[in-house]
Design a protein around this ligand. Structure first.
Ligand code: SF4
Length: 483
């Protein structure tokens, strides 16, 4: 999972790109980078948060140009090494720079094909490098020198026929313009925005609409599944839709991943979470539970928890205080166990919890380990009963499209029933929304629900699935994952 931004501006874009990346920092904290283009590509990238990679004014000094791309990386494919950090660019036989969000599922087959046919050396384990080379190959075959929008669209259509999985990408074509496209199903987000300045119209593409809020751009719309948008050097915008497949936007973006102030296809994420919360209220009632207070696991579950409380007619309170100053890079002394780590991040507020039946709402239950520690600390704070409520239905299948949901063997709901989950996390009750009712929240708007029901929108072989699971293990960071 990653955050991507592209700006086609009327003046230097480097500062705006760095600023915009902070709006998608939550999408990736392993690395960050910016590439700009004037007569050549100028790149600065590094490991860590945006503020760590761009800590000194000199970091953007050399980033000249009115066209640029930015990226925040969360490694689910490829290593966490700098070599795998985005953006990537190539200067020969013509200039291309690219950023990408998603996961190519036929990575191994494509890599083998590219290496044998073209004698290309694929230097990284990152699927972006493959996308870059395949696009270059297709552009070469239509003729880069006299490239027209029709030639570009034909190249991207040819790429889509070869590349399976999820990919939302933004590309700079040197001396030609800026290109953005989504896979057939539009699994990962990508939006288009613009701004009118005295110098003319500026264009931008981004993973989330909050980037446009930060930059003062107007959110025009989401790119359609299978859509390509090309802005030529005159600033003229060309569109092409290759819509052969059903849309399958990731439903987990609404539950957990996206910012609550982001808008996808005209729907505010916070509003989606409120509707999930109302559904949870019904599920809690159906389970015969009567909590005295509803709390959330900060901060993605806030809207679901407060809406659930409203639905049940009981108070919502903040019962866990989050320490926002413990980052991913925090060095954990080896003698500190996981329970203390959870408490360091989420400290219970005893007065809210003591003597009460407490319903805790979290966005999801993955392995159950974090839930177990939260339930224990809430109980130790004096709660008489503790109910764990998940905004997401039971997670039974791993994500192969770039969200780091654990391997199937580690998903507690994949291999165990509700009773087991309840005992494993030490709760008096565990409540999930019904999958069918959850799906109905998105009626008329096709989404991917594969991690709940196993229906992957793209064809994927057992071998590809195993290869993706191996990559997840290889790229797993040292600090414990969220769940
Ligand atoms: S499998 Fe789950 S997390 Fe992955 S894209 Fe589909 S809904 Fe999103």
């Amino acid at each position: 999972m990653c955050g991507i931004v592209g700006i086609f501006g009327k003046s230097s874009v480097a500062e705006n790109l760095v600023y915009a990346l902070t709006a998608v920092q939550h999408r990736g904290q392993d690395a960050a980078g910016v590439v700009t283009f004037d007569r050549k590509f100028n790149l600065h990238k590094g490991r860590g948060l945006v503020a760590e990679v761009f800590r000194d004014p000199r970091d953007i000094e050399g980033l000249h140009g009115k066209l640029g791309l930015g990226h925040t990386r969360y490694a689910t494919q490829g290593s966490t090494e700098l070599l795998d950090a985005q953006p990537f660019f190539m200067a020969y036989p013509f200039g291309l720079a690219m950023v990408h969000n998603g996961n190519v599922t036929n990575f191994e087959a494509l890599r083998a094909e590219l290496q044998s046919d073209r004698q290309r050396v694929i230097e990284t384990t990152n699927d972006l490098e493959l996308l870059l080379y395949i696009l270059a190959q297709e552009l070469e075959s239509v003729g880069y020198k006299d490239l027209s929008p029709a030639g570009i669209f034909a190249s991207v259509r040819a790429l889509r026929q070869k590349v399976d999985g999820a990919y939302s990408t933004i590309t700079i074509l040197a001396q030609k313009g800026m290109l953005a496209f989504r896979d057939f199903h539009g699994i990962r987000p990508l939006l288009y925005g613009r701004r009118v300045t005295p110098e003319g119209v500026e264009h931008a593409f981004a993973s989330e609409s909050t980037v446009f809020d930060y930059l003062g751009f107007e959110r025009v719309r989401d790119l359609l599944p299978g859509e390509t948008v090309f802005v030529d050097m005159n600033g003229e915008v060309h569109f092409d839709v290759d819509s052969q497949k059903t849309a399958a936007f990731c439903s987990f973006e609404h539950i957990y991943f996206a910012r609550e102030d982001s808008v996808f296809d005209g729907h505010l994420v916070a509003g989606e979470r409120v509707r999930m919360g109302r559904l949870l209220g019904k599920a809690v009632r159906d389970a015969g539970l009567f909590p005295d207070v509803v709390i959330d696991v900060p901060s993605s579950a806030y809207f679901a928890a407060s809406a659930m409380a409203e639905e049940l007619g009981v108070p919502y309170r903040r019962g866990l205080t989050k320490n926002n100053h413990v980052g991913r890079s925090f060095i954990v002394p080896s003698q500190i166990d996981r329970e203390r780590l959870v408490r360091q991040k989420l400290n219970p507020i005893g007065d809210v919890l003591a003597g009460k039946k407490v319903a805790i709402v979290d966005d999801s239950i993955v392995r159950g380990t974090t839930s177990k520690h939260i339930v224990k600390s809430v109980r130790e704070s004096g709660a008489t009963e503790v109910y764990m409520v998940s905004a997401a239905p039971p997670l039974r299948h791993p994500c192969v499209y770039g969200i780091d949901i654990a391997r199937r063997a580690e998903l507690i709901a994949a291999t165990h029933d509700l009773e087991y989950v309840k005992r494993a996390i030490g709760a008096d009750a565990v409540v999930y929304p019904d999958v069918a009712e959850f799906r109905a929240l998105f009626a008329g708007r096709p989404h991917c629900f594969a991690c709940f029901d196993g229906n992957y929108p793209t064809a994927i072989s057992e071998e590809e699935r195993n290869s993706i699971e191996r990559e997840k293990v290889a790229s797993r960071r040292d600090s414990p994952a969220k769940h």
